[in-house]
Structures are given as C-alpha cells and as structure tokens.
Write a new protein. Structure first.
Lengths: 112, 111
C-alpha cells in the first residue's frame, strides 16, 4: 500500500520560473512531512520539512504547503535554477517509528 | 568532513556469494537505517538500529542481517546473494529528529 504518492514522474520548467512538485498521502496519522533532493549517484539530501500543525514552511527559495483536508502537500521552488535539476522525494515518518515512507520521486529539469 | 559514509560505492559479485556493506556516521546520531532503492526507484526501509538495538525489521529475507559494532556503525551483511538483490542500498542516520541524513549509496550488482 503506497501511503505517499508522487503522481508526476517528471517536470520540466524554465530557469527563473516557479517549480511546483506535488505529493499526496493516504494516512491521516502522519504528523510530519519532509522533502528530499537527490542527484544521480548521490544519497538523498534533506531539503525542507513541515509539521502537520502548520500549513506553510518557507526556507529561502523553497516553500512547502500542506493541505491536511486534501491530504496534499506541495513544494514550490522560486525562482528555479538549473542546479535544482534533481529527483525530489516526498516522505513521512511511519507512525510510532523513525523510518521514512517515501514517494516514488519527481524528476525536475530546469532548463536555462 | 563526510557525515554518513558507505563503502564500497560499487559492488559487483556473483550469485551465491556473501558480501558486506559498511556504513559509518560521524554526526553522533543514535539511530541508523538501511534503505533499499529498487529498479523502480522506490526507497524502502530495511532495518534501523537505535543504541545498538534493532527496532525495525521490515519483511526482508533473513539472508540480510544488520550488524552494529558501535553507535557510529551499521553494517549490512548479505548471504547467498540473488539476482533480485541488485539495487542501490542507502545508509542513513538521525538523532531524535525526523530529518535523516543519507550516505552516498552502494550500487550492488549481482550477476
């Protein structure tokens, strides 16, 4: 059962524009969400997180929005830069445990 | 200074062999994890260790066994390797926070 879903396998945007990556989840007990960024041949790197008691968290060019009623979160990157080209994973900690449940990832390509 | 390191980065071996992947973290974290990224790119938890105690053991074959000699190390031993074990294996660590820090991965190819 895939509790964290990223339905868009890829996204292509122009440099300077906004990138919006989406994530849906099914488990209403999730209380925390994380976004990771992954370059080829490297491990995932923590990017930004959000607690379920908030609806927005911002860190520089990165903002995560959480809509609990829709069980949906999104990562906004603005302005997008070519160096942002990577695979982005949405994740949530399994209830009562520390391990993360990951979405399948979305490959972002930012074109100059 | 590398926070979470894994060795080797690439491992090519034949079916039936036994191999180990090493992981070390210098962050002082108390929990370490092993994840597997399969051919479909899903990242899935295999094991985690907290203060040298196994606290998660997902439904992985018992040919896989984690070994933690101390809090900074969590090694993965794999016996009787099979073709389906080919994947990228990631080690990670965390300290009472939700953020986990990942190693660079070990690409295992079983021929």
């Amino acid at each position: 059962d895939q509790q964290v879903k990223q339905n868009s396998p890829s996204l292509s945007v122009q440099e300077g524009r906004i990138s919006i990556l989406n994530c849906d989840y099914t488990n209403s007990m999730f209380d925390y969400f994380l976004w990771y960024k992954k370059y080829p041949a490297e491990g995932p790197t923590f990017l930004i997180s959000i607690s379920s008691i908030k609806d927005k968290n911002e860190d520089g060019r990165f903002t995560v929005f959480l809509n609990k009623s829709a069980k949906h979160l999104s990562l906004h990157i603005v302005p997008s830069q070519p160096g942002d080209s990577a695979v982005y994973f949405c994740a949530a900690p399994r209830e009562g445990q520390g391990n993360l449940i990951f979405g399948k990832g979305t490959k972002l390509s930012v074109k100059p | 200074d590398t926070a979470v390191s894994q060795t080797p980065k690439y491992l090519v071996t034949q079916m039936g062999n036994d191999k180990s992947i090493k992981c070390e973290q210098n962050l002082g974290h108390d929990t370490m994890y092993w994840y597997k990224q399969d051919s479909k790119k899903f990242l899935k938890i295999m094991f985690s260790y907290n203060n040298k105690e196994l606290i998660i053991n997902e439904t992985v074959p018992n040919r896989f066994s984690p070994k933690s000699p101390d809090k900074a190390h969590l090694n993965l031993h794999i016996n009787s390797l099979e073709l389906g074990d080919s994947a990228v294996y990631f080690c990670a660590s965390s300290q009472r926070t939700r953020e986990q820090y990942f190693g660079p991965g070990t690409r295992l190819t079983v021929t």
